[in-house]
Design a protein around this ligand. Structure first.
Ligand code: HEC
Length: 123
């Protein structure tokens, strides 16, 4: 019984962190994206709900909410790096010669970040 409850509890917690199942609205698997963000080192500089070295994903989602080019803009920032929008610290590039993420992975991460507008809980 315990072993069947554990994953349920874990997904309930993730669901709560995403406030009302926005995971599916983004069209990506939020648990997989959180794992990818963690294994890619994103969470060294970003948290869902508070600024670290970089802005929180909630803040990013709120800034780009309603912009039709939001997924593309954030995908490009992840692939090519970015600076100047949030402060003086640059965001490192993950695409191109770095070859750390594919364009599809960067797009899915962008979609996931954009689904975090209501994030309250730290990862
Ligand atoms: C070394 C620290 C660092 C790491 C690692 C990092 N970021 Fe960032 N990120 C930043 C900073 C700083 C900014 C703000 C850049 C700016 O002002 O334009 C930023 C900005 C962003 C933005 C917003 C870009 C924009 O155009 O407004 C997104 C989306 C983002 N990061 C996603 C990610 C993802 C996904 C990863 C992992 C694949 C990642 N970041 C890893 C520091 C980091």
């Amino acid at each position: 019984m315990k072993s069947t409850l554990r994953p349920l509890l874990a997904s309930a917690l993730v669901g709560a962190a995403l406030l009302g199942g926005q995971a599916h609205a983004a069209g990506v698997d939020a648990t997989k994206m959180l794992d990818l963000a963690r294994s890619s080192g994103c969470l060294a500089c970003h948290a869902l709900d508070h600024a670290k070295v970089g802005p929180s994903y909630a803040e990013i989602a709120r800034r780009y909410q309603g912009r039709p080019d939001a997924v593309h803009t954030l995908q490009q920032a992840i692939l090519n790096g970015h600076s100047g929008t949030w402060g003086l610290v640059p965001m490192p590039a993950y695409g191109g010669s770095q070859d750390l993420l594919t364009a599809a992975q960067a797009r899915d991460l962008a979609r996931w970040v954009l689904s975090q507008a209501g994030a309250r809980a730290a990862p």
